[in-house]
Design a protein. Structure first.
Lengths: 343, 823
């Protein structure tokens, strides 16, 4: 569900031009794994915990964003109808290093975009390529490191919220369409420096599209994808309000071993130790479980070099308590409120 | 020792402030000119890396193609699964209509690569707006009119970037629209490790050049090296003239102090101490001159940079002059040159001072100036130098640099300097009777005193000869060149009317006309034919060249299709029917290409084999031309927009009404409609502007020489105060004394002019046939611009005469009684 975003201080864009996320949306896969240009904002998140053959622990994040800018622009090659932002991060947990990179493009002559026919979502030479209805390849290259991963989904897509919408605030359309692949088995290679490492692990995919933006009293969110060793997964998020309280529209989903989902509205997320203002340890109470979520490395903050994109914390976490496992934690709005598009 | 130095050297200097000042001034000017040229040519020619590079960043490689790269290649490289970063760029020029300022127009992918220091980039891209350098004088929010090629566009300035040089940045899509280059980018800047080069090359079509970033800058530097070295050598002339003057000054100083030196030597001063003492005197001139010269040079560079910049733009490459930076290297070079020249010039007289035997100096009776002059021996050496100069002039260039040509010129100057005493001696003897008849007894005395003080006067005359000779020789060279160009223009410019976009064009910048303009002109009733010429700046064997295309049929029928090499008929047929080209003479000289050779040219995305079928004369730029038939080149570079049009009228059609009709038909386009006469005048104007800097350098050298004449005459007067006073005692009137001094000045001027014309004539041959030919490859017909030379020489002669006025006044102010008392 939540997930950050940019706030390109772009052109006036009237959300009236775009479609809202309304209840009753009928998902069709694999079509709905690709883009929905009639919605203003869309993103695909891939995060995962990996381990190489020597036991080195790694975490990765590869994210593609699409933000509609101007649908009135003529469909010329260089028209800025949408902008595509992408984030790439690698956490070397064992080596205690964190790398991240970002890029921004328009579709241009093929610089970035989503092509359902080719099964591709890409931004420059970072891409996701769907090989079948349940498998995909991730490829991302940075001068310092690169990823070449094969992902195989072990569970059907999870649709969060109720009746096809994940509500973010009171009112019709103040919601998003939110779908996840919660258990992706990973094999592949991670190149770090000059060394190529064979890796295996678990990944998670989030895909969300919507037109509604955060309410002005909502300053940010804390989101977790937790993959438990007992075969279950848990997604929880809370929206934080300007007055410091937690927004009532915070919620979550429990995914059973067989893929059945349970919507969670009563969740409790208690921040613990902080690093640089970010709570990097949490106690999560949901679905009758009490879990201790701890970061696997403090420094997993993505600091943007560009004023257009936000600075946030997103990183690999380990789970103890009533169940064990690994996951990813995202925290936004700790360095100023998050906004999409224009406020 | 210090006290001795103060007494022997410093005091006399102080006693004659004007003379000291003039000598210092000559060194200062020499150093200043050397520094000014160095700084100015650095600023004008050295700063190809435009300020946009500092704003938009550099890269490891750049990919370029003639006619531009397909934008798809950008996406192809950007998505290659290797660690690279690619940035596209479009580069051209535009004119800000309100201020008539021409500035680089840069198209960048402003979404992917937001410009430093402005966060507005993606908005600029989305809205088709503009980012301007602050130097343009506009603010964010202004709407400006930008003239691109032959169209005006209104754009909103979204942001400004602090910069001293002007430029405009737009998004790549906006640039394509403004320049009418859909689907194309000019360059791709690529960041990639060297190990990825093979992968990059594999991903690019063969006609695309992948070169390390900055290679183009290097090429430009290489191309300009010849031009620069000629300019730099020219700048040293003033310093060489200054050297003669230092030599003269120190010689005077030595001669005058013979007695003191003799005494000092007798009481135990060593030779080396004497040597050091006089070298130190020279060093005082040198150091003071340098201290004045460096700031002066910095100042003069401001003036020179415009002139040099114009030359560079006309002949080679468009580059906005950068800001002048007083670099340590350039300053050090000028300082060193100043010191070395001063000390070298002072070496001979200082050594002579050291050689004075105590006995000789103590002896009674003044041994005067003529010591040490061995006319015959010097004349023999002079002849030897001249012979060597002749041999050097026959040698081929070294690496396209006429090093032996320079050597020949230097040897000729040396030869002239050595021959000057004999020349002055012979000339004064010859002129003696004539002078007496014309100018009376003062004329006779003047000629005799020149001859008597031969040692001193000859150095002075040699200095002036050098300056005059440089003026004459460069004057003849430029004059010959100008005449040749005029004749060439007459034969070349056959069309009646020419059209081009109303924006500046330079040697490597070819703005284009919109499509349809040629057709609209051709449809006018008085127009017989229209030739569309298109030019591209391309790279051939690591050097920039202009690739052009025109209609061979039109040129054949109406224009000038004359070839230096190759048969016009078969060349014409070959151009129509095959991948053939004619090339310009400078191109041939530069690349050693001949008729029948095949050139591998990158055209579009492929390499094409183009056969050379003819060589033609061209003086319009030094880069060289490759010309193909329009229809043939369009196959490979399909952009049909012409750079300019040559319009031929029907027989009997008058030019002025035709011009009006064309202007009326094209009222909506920003084009210049130039009648043949106007273009001709413009070409000559450009030519003269191109050589303005050479004239300026010459004038400084002459000025230094004239200053030297004044200084030396002053010394002569002071030394001869006994003689002059005696003349007064013997009844000479004041006006006679003045006349005597002016006669001497005039005689010096006359002899120097004579000698300068002779030496200059010989030097001009070296310049025209050796140095110019070897460094630029232009055939120039010899032509003496008599009127210009005569007026220049008259001015110099008058200036020398005027230089005698002050010494004459000093001579008159001497009190004869006091002077005789001294003795």
């Amino acid at each position: 569900m939540k997930r950050l975003l940019f706030l390109l201080l772009i052109v006036a864009n009237l959300s009236a031009q775009y479609r809202s996320a309304l209840p009753g949306y009928r998902y069709v896969f694999p079509r709905d794994h690709f883009d929905h240009p009639e919605f203003q904002t869309e993103w695909w998140y891939y995060t995962g915990n990996l381990r190489d053959t020597q036991g080195r622990e790694l975490g990765f994040e590869l994210t593609f964003f699409r933000q509609a800018v101007d649908r009135t622009a003529p469909p010329a090659t260089w028209a800025v109808r949408d902008v595509y932002l992408a984030h790439l991060a690698l956490t070397d947990i064992t080596g205690k290093q964190f790398f991240h990179a970002e890029r921004l493009n328009r579709a241009g002559p093929g610089l970035a975009g989503v092509a359902e026919s080719a099964g591709r979502i890409w931004n420059g030479n970072w891409q996701v390529k769907w090989m079948s209805a349940t498998t995909m390849e991730l490829q991302a290259i940075d001068p310092r490191f690169s990823l070449n991963l094969k992902l195989e989904s072990r569970k059907p897509p999870v649709i969060h919220g109720e009746n096809g919408v994940s509500q973010k605030a009171q009112g019709l359309g103040r919601a998003s369409h939110y779908v996840s692949l919660t258990r992706l088995a990973v094999t592949g290679e991670v190149k770090l420096g000059d060394e190529v490492r064979s890796v295996t692990g678990q990944a998670w995919m989030d895909h969300e599209f919507f037109t509604h933006q955060l309410e002005s009293e909502q300053v940010g969110w804390d989101w977790m994808s937790l993959q438990l060793n007992d075969g279950r997964e848990l997604m929880v998020f809370q929206l934080r309000r300007r007055d410091g309280r937690v927004d009532p529209f915070s919620s979550g989903t429990l995914i059973e071993r067989d893929g059945r989902t349970v919507r969670l509205s009563k969740i409790r997320m208690t921040p613990g130790r902080r690093w640089n203002g970010y709570p990097v340890e949490w106690t999560v109470e949901a679905a009758g479980l009490k879990l201790f979520v701890k970061t696997r490395l403090d420094q997993q903050e993505l600091v943007s070099a560009q004023p257009q994109s936000p600075t946030y914390w997103e990183g690999a976490v380990a789970i103890t308590g009533d169940a064990t496992g690994v996951g990813y934690l995202e925290m936004t709005g700790y360095r100023g409120a998050v906004s999409f598009g224009q406020r | 020792m210090i006290r001795l130095f103060v007494r022997l050297i410093l005091r006399p200097l102080r006693a004659e402030p004007v003379r000291t000042l003039l000598t210092v001034l000559s060194v200062a000017l020499g150093v200043a000119v050397v520094l000014a040229i160095e700084l100015a040519s650095d600023a004008a020619a050295g700063s190809f890396r435009s300020s946009i590079e500092t704003v938009a960043g550099e890269a490891d490689y750049e990919a370029t193609a003639v006619g531009g790269l397909d934008e798809q290649i950008y996406a192809r490289l950007a998505t290659l699964p290797i660690a690279i970063k690619v940035r596209p760029r479009i580069e051209d020029h535009a004119v800000l209509v309100d201020t008539k300022q021409s500035l680089p127009l840069i198209g960048l992918d402003l979404v992917a690569h937001a410009l430093d220091r402005t966060s507005a980039s993606p908005t600029v891209a989305a809205k088709g707006e503009l980012i301007l350098a602050t130097a343009s004088g506009h603010k964010a929010g202004d709407t400006v009119t930008l003239r691109v090629n032959d169209h005006d566009h209104q754009l909103v300035v979204r942001a400004t970037v602090p910069s001293e040089t002007s430029f405009a940045v737009v998004d790549i899509g906006t640039a394509q629209r403004l320049l009418n280059r859909p689907g194309k980018v000019d360059r791709l800047l690529i960041d990639a490790a060297e190990s990825l080069e093979p992968a990059l090359k594999k991903a690019l079509p063969p006609g695309i050049t992948l070169a390390p970033f900055g290679a183009r800058t290097e090429e430009n530097r290489k191309m300009l090296a010849g031009f620069r070295s000629n300019l730099v050598i020219l700048s040293y002339i003033a310093l060489v003239v200054g050297a003669f003057l230092i030599y003269n000054t120190i010689s005077v100083s030595v001669v005058r102090r013979r007695n003191e030196i003799g005494i000092l030597r007798a009481i135990g001063m060593t030779r080396s101490a004497v040597l050091t003492m006089f070298l130190a005197e020279a060093a005082i001139f040198g150091v003071t001159g340098i201290l004045l010269g460096v700031p002066l040079g910095r100042l003069m560079a401001e003036g020179a940079v415009g002139a040099i910049g114009a030359t560079v733009q006309n002949l080679y490459v468009s580059s906005q002059p950068g800001s002048i930076a007083l670099s340590v290297a350039a300053s050090l070079k000028a300082v060193l040159a100043g010191l070395v020249v001063t000390l070298a010039a002072a070496w001979a007289p200082a050594r002579e001072a050291a050689a004075i035997a105590p006995v000789e100096a103590m002896a009674r009776g003044r041994k005067d100036y003529d010591t040490g002059i061995r006319q015959y021996r010097d004349l023999m050496i002079a002849a030897g130098c001249a012979l060597l100069a002749y041999l050097a002039a026959l040698m081929p260039p070294i690496g396209r640099r006429p090093l032996f040509g320079y050597l020949a010129a230097a040897l000729l100057v040396l030869s002239a300097a050595l021959a000057t005493p004999a020349f002055v001696h012979a000339a004064t003897r010859l002129l003696r009777t004539l002078l007496r008849k014309l100018l009376g007894v003062e004329g006779l005395l003047a000629s005799q005193s020149l001859d008597a003080a031969l040692r001193r006067t000859s150095v002075l005359i040699a200095a002036l000869i050098t300056a005059v000779a440089m003026l004459v020789s460069v004057g003849i060279m430029v004059g010959s060149f100008r005449e040749t160009v005029i004749q060439w223009i007459d034969s070349q410019l056959q069309a009646d009317i020419f059209l081009r976009p109303a924006v500046p064009a330079t040697a490597d910048r070819f703005p284009t006309l919109s499509l349809g303009i040629a057709e609209r002109v051709a449809a006018l009733p008085m127009v017989a034919m229209v030739d569309q010429f298109r030019a591209y700046s391309i790279h051939f064997r690591g050097l920039p060249v202009t690739l052009g295309s025109g209609d061979a049929n039109v040129v054949r029928q109406r224009g000038a299709f004359k070839l230096l090499e190759g048969d016009p008929d078969s060349a014409y047929q070959a151009m129509l029917n095959s991948d053939s080209a004619i090339v310009s003479e400078p191109f041939v000289n530069k690349h050693g290409v001949h008729v029948g050779d095949v050139l591998q040219l990158p055209l579009g995305e492929q390499i094409r084999a183009i056969r050379v079928v003819g060589v033609y004369t061209d003086y319009s730029n030094e880069r060289g031309y490759i010309i193909m038939h329009r229809a043939r080149l369009l196959r490979y570079l399909p952009d049909p927009a012409p750079s300019n049009l040559a319009v031929y009228l029907k027989p009997g059609a008058a030019i002025v009404p035709a011009q009006r009709a064309i202007e009326a038909a094209l009222a909506d386009a920003r084009v210049l409609v130039l009648p043949n006469q106007t273009l001709r005048r413009e070409a000559i104007l450009i030519f003269d502007r191109t050589f303005a800097i050479t004239y300026a350098l010459e004038l400084v050298a002459v000025f230094v020489a004239v200053v030297g004449v004044a200084g030396a005459l002053l010394a002569l007067v002071i030394d001869r105060r006994r003689e002059l006073s005696l003349l007064r005692f013997l009844g000479a009137a004041r006006y006679q004394i003045r006349k005597l001094i002016l006669c001497e000045a005039g005689l010096i001027g006359l002899l120097a002019t004579l000698g300068g014309v002779i030496l200059g004539g010989v030097l001009s041959l070296v310049l025209v046939y050796v140095i110019n030919k070897q460094s630029f490859g232009w055939s120039i017909q010899f032509h003496v611009p008599i009127a210009i030379l005569i007026s220049a020489l008259t001015i110099i002669f008058t200036a020398t005469l005027l230089a005698g006025l002050y010494p004459a006044r000093v001579a008159l102010s001497l009190n004869p009684i006091e002077v005789i008392h001294e003795e």
